[in-house]
Design a protein around this ligand. Structure first.
Ligand code: NCD
Length: 658
C-alpha cells in the first residue's frame, strides 16, 4: 500500500494546502454533529503522545469522531512499553497493525519521520522536538487567510522563542512559500536557527535585513528585529558596510511596514538545558502597549497556545486577539487533513519520497553523525541510520550534509573513495567527483583523518606547493591592515574584531594585538563558527563583567578571515551577525583575496590579491595551527583523486578555502 505521511509542512504543496482549506470550509459550514460527513467511518486513529498536549490531541480526536471514525490512545506513553525500553520502531510497527492512521508527538527531532518509516499506515507529525509542527501551521495559515485574505505580501512578526519553537519553523517555511514577509523578534539567545535561515535563503531566495526596530519598540524593548523578505531590498544584508546611507534606507523601510500579524510564542522551557544561557534577558510580550499603538490597529495577534505570560489577557477581549479562533479551527482543518490522507492512499507518491534523492548513507561502519544532540539518530540508533541530503551550496563552496530526519547541517571535512580506499580533504574543485561517487555508492565521508585511517584509507596526493607569502610579508600585511582599520575607526573602543573559525580567529587575535599596541585601548575579540553545534557568536576576550557572547549592537565590527573566494562564508557570517543584533558597521578584513566572487562582497582590508583558478587551492599556514611550521601562504593545484596513484602525506587543512 502506498501511503502519504505528513512529517513536514514541506510534504504538502501550495495547491494541496489550498484544497485542504476548501475542504475545511465545507466541514465548518456543515452541521458539525451527527449530520456531518462520514468520511472516516470504520477507520481507527491511534494517538501516541510522548509529550503533553491539549489542543492538538483533542482536536485530532474530535475531528476523527466527527468524521465517523474511532480513536484508540495511550493515556500516557510513560505507561506504555516505552517504559520497558521498547524502540519507537517497534511501537510504530505494532500500533500500525491496530489503527489506520497514527498521530504522533515526540520530544526528539526527527522521531516522527523515523516512526513513519516503520508504520504501515499514514503517520502525522503532531510536533517533533524543536523541529516542526505542520498541522499547527495549517491552522495558522487558515486563520490568517480568513482574517487577512491572500497570504502573499502580508508581513508577519514572529515573536519569542524562535530557536526551540517547532510551530515557528513550520510556519516560516510556509509563509515563505506563499510569499509573505517575516519579521523575527526573538528573545535574547533564541533567534531562528541558522539551518532554518539558510533553508529560506537556499530554497525560497529569502534574505535577511536588519530592520530599524523603533517601530516595534513600543511593544518590545531591547530586541532587535530582522526582516526576511523574498523581494528587494534583500541585498542589504550583503553590504559589508552598514553605513549611514543604508541605515537610513533601513529606517525608511521599517516605517513603511504594515504589520499584518504578530505571532507570539511561549518560551519552550522544557527544551532549554539547565544552566544554559538561553532565556535570560527580556522576552517579547504583547499587552496594553500593543493595544494602544495606532500603527497596530489592524494587526491581529496569534498564538499557538498554551500561553504563559508573554500574551496578556487584556488582548482576549480585543477584536485583534484571534488565538481562540485559531485553536477552534483545529477541528475542521484536521478533519480535512484526515480525509485527504485517506483519499490519497494508494494514489500518489508522497512529495517526501520525491524530493530527497540521492541521500548519503555511510558505506562504512563509522561515518558522520548529525550535529544535533536531540536528533533521533543520536538517541535511537536501533530505528535509524544517519542519512543526509548532500548540498553543494555551502559557504566557500563547502560540502554540506543535511540530516534527513531533523534538517540540521554539518560541513564535510574529509572524503574517500570506497574502492580505491583513498581519502583527501574536500575541496570545491572536487564537486563533480563527489556527485559521481555518490551516485555509484562509492563515497565515504569522514569527520577526521583519524577516522579515515582507522578504516584503512590512505591519503591522495595533491600537486606541488608554491609559497606566495612568507612570515615577514604576512606580518607586514597584518600591520598595514591594522593601521588602516584604526585610521578609519573614530572610536576604537567600540571595535569588535570577529574572526571566522578557525584561521580567521587566529588572524583576528593578531590584528587585535596590533590595534591594542597602537591605540593603547582594550580591543574585544570574538569568534564566529559557521557550522558549529554551539553558540554562533563566542567571545574570546570578554570585557569585564560582560556576557560570554559578544554584543554586536552599535559596534564597529571587523570581520576577519584568512581567504576570500566566492564570498559565501562572509555572507553566512553576516547573517549570523545580523541575527544577533544591529552593528553600527561591519567591515571585512582578509589576508588573501582570490577573486571569482559569487556574492557582491568587497573586502575593506586585503593583505594580498592572488587571482587563482577553481582548480587551485590557497592555504594559509599559521604557527598556531600547524606545529613546527612558520607562517606562510602556499598555492597548489588539486590533482583529481582518480588520476592520482602515488601516496603522499595528507593535507591537514580541514577548512575548504574560501
Ligand atoms: C505548541 C507545541 O506543542 O509546539 N502547542 C500546540 O500544539 N498548540 C506550542 C507550545 O507548546 O508552545
Amino acid at each position: 500500500m502506498k501511503k502519504r505521511d505528513l512529517i513536514s509542512i514541506e510534504d504538502l504543496s501550495n495547491q494541496e494546502i489550498d484544497e485542504l482549506f476548501q475542504v475545511a470550509d465545507n466541514m465548518l459550514a456543515r452541521d458539525r454533529g451527527a449530520g456531518g460527513p462520514k468520511a472516516c467511518s470504520g477507520r481507527i486513529m491511534a494517538t501516541l503522545f510522548y509529550e503533553p498536549s491539549t489542543r492538538t490531541r483533542l482536536s485530532f480526536e474530535s475531528a476523527m469522531q466527527r468524521l465517523g471514525g474511532t480513536v484508540i490512545s495511550c493515556p500516557d506513553m510513560k505507561s506504555s512499553s516505552t517504559a520497558k525500553g521498547e524502540s519507537i520502531a517497534d511501537t510504530a510497527r505494532v500500533v500500525s497493525s491496530y489503527a489506520d492512521v497514527l498521530v504522533v508527538r515526540h520530544y526528539w527531532d526527527g522521531a516522527v519521520q523515523a516512526m513513519a518509516e516503520y508504520a504501515e499506515v499514514p503517520v502525522i507529525n503532531a510536533g517533533d522536538g524543536s523541529h516542526e509542527h505542520p498541522t499547527q501551521t495549517l491552522c495558522d495559515l487558515y486563520t490568517l487567510r480568513k482574517e487577512k485574505g491572500d497570504l502573499k505580501g502580508l508581513t508577519v512578526v514572529i515573536c519569542g522563542d524562535l530557536k526551540h519553537g517547532r510551530t515557528i519553523h513550520s510556519l516560516v517555511y510556509a509563509l515563505a512559500r506563499f510569499g509573505a514577509h517575516v519579521i523575527t523578534l526573538a528573545a535574547n539567545g533564541m533567534e531562528l536557527p541558522q539551518y532554518v535561515i539558510e533553508k529560506l535563503e537556499r530554497e525560497y531566495h529569502y534574505s535577511l535585513a536588519p530592520v530599524a526596530s523603533d517601530d516595534l519598540h513600543a511593544v518590545v524593548r531591547e530586541t532587535d528585529a530582522i526582516y526576511l523578505t523574498p523581494s528587494q531590498p534583500h541585498q542589504l544584508a550583503l553590504f559589508t558596510q552598514v553605513d549611514a546611507e543604508i541605515q537610513q534606507r533601513l529606517s525608511k523601510m521599517a516605517s513603511g511596514i504594515k504589520f499584518d500579524a504578530f505571532y507570539v510564542t511561549r518560551k519552550q522551557k522544557e527544551r532549554i538545558e539547565e544552566g544554559s544561557e538561553g532565556g535570560n534577558g527580556s522576552y517579547p510580550r504583547i499587552g496594553r502597549d500593543f493595544l494602544k499603538e495606532r500603527r497596530f490597529k489592524d494587526t491581529v495577534v496569534m498564538h499557538p497556545l498554551p500561553r504563559v505570560d508573554e500574551l496578556s489577557q487584556e488582548v482576549d477581549k480585543d477584536r485583534r486577539g484571534i488565538y481562540f479562533k485559531q485553536a477552534a479551527y483545529g477541528v475542521p482543518i484536521r478533519m480535512a487533513l484526515l480525509k485527504f490522507l485517506f483519499d490519497s492512499l494508494d494514489k500518489a507518491k508522497s512529495r517526501a519520497g520525491q524530493k530527497k534523492a540521492p541521500l548519503y548513507e555511510s558505506p562504512e561502519p563509522i561515518g558522520p553523525r548529525c550535529a544535533n544532540a536531540n536528533c533521533v539518530t543520536r538517541t535511537e540508533n536501533i530505528s535509524t541510520r544517519p542519512r543526509f541530503e548532500v548540498l553543494f551550496t555551502g559557504p566557500g563552496g563547502a560540502l554540506i550534509l543535511k540530516c534527513f530526519y531533523c534538517d540540521h547541517q554539518l560541513k564535510v571535512q574529509y572524503m574517500g573513495h570506497t574502492r580505491s580506499r583513498k581519502y583527501c580533504p574536500y575541496d570545491i574543485a572536487l564537486g563533480d567527483t563527489v556527485r559521481e561517487w555518490l551516485q555509484h555508492g562509492e563515497l565515504a565521508i569522514f569527520d577526521s583523518i583519524k577516522q579515515a585511517e582507522e578504516l584503512g584509507y590512505e591519503p591522495y596526493k595533491s600537486g606541488p606547493q608554491r609559497s606566495i607569502m612568507d612570515e615577514a610579508e604576512m606580518r607586514e600585511a597584518l600591520c598595514r591592515m591594522s593601521e588602516e582599520i584604526l585610521k578609519e575607526s573614530k572610536d576604537p573602543e567600540r571595535l569588535l574584531i570577529l574572526g571566522i573559525r578557525t584561521k580567521g580567529t587566529y588572524l583576528a587575535k593578531r590584528i587585535a594585538e596590533e590595534l591594542e599596541k597602537r591605540s593603547q585601548k582594550r580591543i574585544e575579540v570574538g569568534e564566529i563558527e559557521i557550522y558549529g553545534a554551539g553558540d554562533d557568536l563566542r567571545s574570546l576576550s570578554p570585557l569585564e563583567g560582560g556576557p560570554s557572547s559578544p554584543s554586536v549592537k552599535d559596534r564597529g565590527v571587523i570581520l576577519v578571515d584568512d581567504v576570500i573566494h566566492t564570498g559565501m562564508t562572509v555572507k553566512n557570517a553576516m547573517s549570523i551577525i545580523f541575527k544577533s543584533g544591529r552593528p553600527q558597521s561591519v567591515r571585512l578584513a582578509v589576508l588573501v583575496d582570490r577573486g571569482h566572487r559569487e556574492m557582491p562582497v568587497k573586502p575593506n582590508y586585503v593583505g594580498k590579491h592572488i587571482p587563482s583558478s577553481e582548480k587551485e587551492r590557497v592555504r594559509v599556514k599559521l604557527r598556531e595551527v600547524e606545529q613546527d611550521e612558520r607562517d606562510k601562504v602556499v598555492i597548489y593545484s588539486i590533482v583529481s583523486p582518480e588520476n592520482s596513484h602515488q601516496r603522499s602525506a595528507p593535507s591537514s587543512n580541514p577548512k575548504a578555502d574560501n
